[in-house]
Design a protein around this ligand. Structure first.
Ligand code: ZN
Length: 104
């Protein structure tokens, strides 16, 4: 197992896990429920982390992340969920609140 990504932004962590799984790279999230312990641990040890099960896929996973995260953040505009009105970052393809997929 190898850690590939960590961020204070849980949504981003889940988004990246989804991307990796879409490329058939097994991964899991650690520290998902540790946020409540902030204050007792150094802040960056409370961030959710993504771990790759197969270390041989680490380089490929990193490549996928760089390609997806960088391009998404630059090119995709913020969007508003058509069902619940939530404002969502461009990298999300579905509403985290109600599950509605992005209107295209
Ligand atoms: Zn919604």
């Amino acid at each position: 197992m190898k850690k590939i990504y960590t961020s204070p932004n849980r949504l981003m962590v889940f988004h990246i896990k989804n991307i990796l799984e879409s490329y058939h790279i097994d991964c899991l999230i650690k520290n998902e429920f540790l946020a409540g312990a902030a204050g007792e641990l150094p802040p960056n040890e409370c961030w959710p982390e993504i771990w790759i099960n197969d270390e041989h896929k680490y380089d490929k996973a990193l490549e996928i992340l760089e390609k997806n995260i960088l391009t998404d953040e630059v090119t995709l505009p913020t969007w508003i969920c058509t069902r619940c009105g939530e404002k969502l970052e461009g990298q999300f393809t579905a509403c985290w609140r109600c599950g509605e997929t992005r209107y295209r």
